[in-house]
Ligand binder design. Sequence first.
Ligand code: 6GU
Length: 244
Amino acid sequence: MSPTDRPALRIDILTLFPEVFGPFLQTSILGIAARKGLVEYHLHNIRDYSPDKHQKVDDRPYGGGPGMVMRCEPVFRCYEAVRDMDERAGRLLLLTPQGRQFDQAMARDLSRSGRLIVLCGRYEGFDERIRRGMPAEEVSIGDYVLSGGEPAAMVVADATVRLVPGVLGHEESAQNDSFADGLLEYPHYTRPAEFRRMKVPDVLLSGNHQEIEQWRREQAVKRTRSRRSDLLGHEDERMESKNG
Ligand code: 6GU
């Protein structure tokens, strides 16, 4: 056992629907990481921190208009209570489509942060004073609108936890992943060597590791160029616009 019992990463999720996270966080890599003691997940229901007897967490918007707004009091109270449950400050993420777009580089940074507090929104949005009064980084997972931040919290937790050292069996597995080196992954094959007249490329059966390595690199570059040329360096982009 290590001198402290602290996991490498503690993730606190603040949400109105903690029940949706259970199986997800206990399954596969995320579950294994927790059972190994490398990460801890703590779910907190924002409703439990509402100051009034009806535990109201939303209210009508000042100025009128459709939908409801998440109230300040439960969110601030929940955040402050959770913050004080561990001495590490870590990073506070507010999940919103208005945030900076989540990517692999952010996942890598977060995996080294020691602690993440993730705040999931619902309804039309947060009272603006939650943004103004909390030290939160606003994060989005892409250009589409979700009904709430919960699926985004799962995305952030998954991408982050798998990068915590020791979580993946062999560390090179994460190294080879799409985006780790800025390229999409090369094609994978397993047995049988032929399936419905589709053959595994000969080079993979050759046993020549240098040639296999070279083939994979070429395939990764080719695939990235055809599907996601935006991921390639500016040199390639200039070349392509000159040639195209
Ligand atoms: Cl973080 N939240 C919501 N509600 N919608 C989103 C999102 C987050 N990221 C993309 N769409």
